[in-house]
Ligand binder design. Structure first.
Ligand code: SF4
Ligand code: MG
Length: 315
């Protein structure tokens, strides 16, 4: 059974020269098998930090990440963690950066099959590589090409094939289509959805693009300055956003925002996470902020972290 069903709490402190940045604080969510959970927010909101923690690239300095009950931090579970590793793969915005430019694509895709000893014999590996290329909409003969011979969209297909080569069940995509043209972006998103249906994959999708998130996600977490400020089903969140920041994000996108309520104007910039505002960190940008907001951090209650929502002050 593969699910990220344990809610978890994490705190990541990134140490930089002369600075301590609490990139993520008290983020808790769970992802069920077969679903697409999206984290959305502006750059600097901590989305990528969460993604890197989930795949084990970055250890949380507090709290834990649990995947199918296996802790990503507990030293006593190192062996289980190693077994889990190949089942969790990350898809990056720029797949080229993670490919050896001097390797043919066939070798790139075969590498995890060899590394994890999943198949014996060159003929079996070759057949599997052809199968994977076909699965992602490329041709088996494409294995002889080099990464630079492909377009950006095709390279992302290769990256997906390589992730599937390790028999991944949980894919974490950090802005996997952000660098692509809109039409190519749609093709890759549709491929990912198609593969999810066929292979029962689970996705954690990191994006700043609300249209992409609405297209892909079953559930969404909205992040602001390292915290989840709203969490809910994609359907509910896009139909009736509750947190003022979520409303602001949605209202900024034509075709998505506004459902009869008062428009929340977009204003201000995301503050410096090194020196975050007091209380609710969104208060300098929030039209509904009051004294309590400036003093007290709102807890995530019933899927939303906002005093005004909890006090019934919002429409
Ligand atoms: Fe705005 Fe206050 Fe809600 Fe923060 S807690 S989003 S400042 S109303
Ligand atoms: Mg990022």
């Amino acid at each position: 059974d593969f699910d990220v069903s344990q809610p978890w709490l994490t705190r990541v402190i990134e140490r930089r020269p002369r600075q301590i940045l609490r990139a993520v604080d008290g983020v808790g969510f769970s992802i069920a098998r077969g679903e697409t959970f999206a984290l959305v927010g502006e750059s600097g909101s901590g989305k990528s930090t969460v993604a890197r923690m989930v795949v084990g690239l970055l250890p949380p300095s507090g709290g834990d990440v649990r995947i199918t009950g296996v802790s990503m931090t507990d030293p006593r579970q190192a062996a289980e963690r190693r077994r889990l590793r190949r089942r969790i793969q990350m898809i990056f915005q720029d797949p080229y950066a993670s490919m050896n430019p001097r390797w043919r694509v066939g070798r790139i895709i075969a590498e995890p099959i060899r590394a994890f000893n999943l198949l014996q014999g060159e003929a079996a590996i070759l057949a599997r590589v052809g199968e994977l290329l076909t699965l992602v909409g490329l041709h088996p003969d494409d294995r002889v090409k080099y990464p630079h011979e492909f377009s950006g969209g095709q390279r992302q297909r290769v990256a997906i094939a390589r992730a599937l080569a390790s028999e991944a069940e949980f894919l974490v995509g950090d802005e996997p289509t952000s660098a692509l043209d809109v039409s190519v972006q749609a093709q890759i998103l549709n491929l990912m959805r198609d593969l999810q249906g066929r292979l029962g994959l689970t996705y954690l999708f990191i994006s700043h693009n609300l249209a992409v998130v609405r297209h892909m996600a079953t559930r969404v977490g909205v992040m602001y300055l390292g915290r989840v400020v709203e969490i809910g089903t994609s359907h509910a969140l896009f139909r009736a956003p509750r947190h003022p920041y979520t409303r602001m994000l949605l209202d900024a996108v034509p075709d998505i925002g506004m459902t009869g309520r008062t428009r929340t104007p977009v204003s201000g910039e995301i503050p410096n996470p090194i020196d975050p505002p007091s209380g609710c960190t969104f208060h300098p940008r929030c039209p509904f902020a009051n004294e309590r907001c400036r003093a007290e951090v709102p807890g995530l209650i019933d899927g939303v972290a906002c005093h005004a929502v909890q006090e019934g002050r919002l429409d």
